[in-house]
Design a protein around this ligand. Structure first.
Ligand SMILES: [Zn+2]
Length: 152
């Protein structure tokens, strides 16, 4: 399961509307608890695939390192990524799968139909290695309030 606040959910969907007809992308910072990826912060990233920005996304390695450092400063981990599919279904493509390497992370895809974000889905990258990895449909739970640490 992927948990995120309503605000973060709207933020990443709005990002896709902003960059339409190009893909947007970003990173989800948070914690993994009891099998759930809990998002605490959404970080926008620039799409460096300017050659094919309508159907590809890529976060520059230097930017990813900067985001990782930001996560560490907040005592959070990278728990997922998001991107948009302008006028295409909110389903992962073969390219998305080939380029997904963060096992255990959630990959959110939002379809942006004619400039409006509609369907948003999440897929968990499961498996133990590149050889046996797979995308599993993952439910999204939207929280009204900011995630808080569960009591000890
Ligand atoms: Zn995609």
């Amino acid at each position: 399961m992927l948990q995120l606040t309503h605000t973060d959910y709207e933020t990443l969907r709005a990002h896709g509307e902003e960059t339409y007809p190009h893909e947007c992308c970003g990173v989800l910072l948070g914690r993994s608890e009891d099998g759930a990826n809990i998002v605490h912060q959404v970080v926008r990233a620039g799409n460096t695939r300017t050659d094919s920005a309508h159907n590809r996304y890529q976060i520059a390695p230097a930017e990813l390192i900067r985001i990782q450092r930001q996560a560490r400063g907040l005592a959070l981990d990278i728990v997922g990524f998001y991107h948009s599919h302008p006028d295409h279904p909110a389903q992962w493509s073969q390219t998305d799968f080939a380029e997904a390497h963060w096992l255990g992370c959630s990959y959110i895809i939002t379809r942006v139909a004619q400039g409006k974000a509609d369907v948003t889905n999440s897929f968990r990258l499961s498996g133990t290695s590149e050889e046996d990895k797979s995308f599993q449909d993952e439910p999204i739970e939207i929280m009204i309030k900011q995630a808080v640490a569960s009591p000890a």
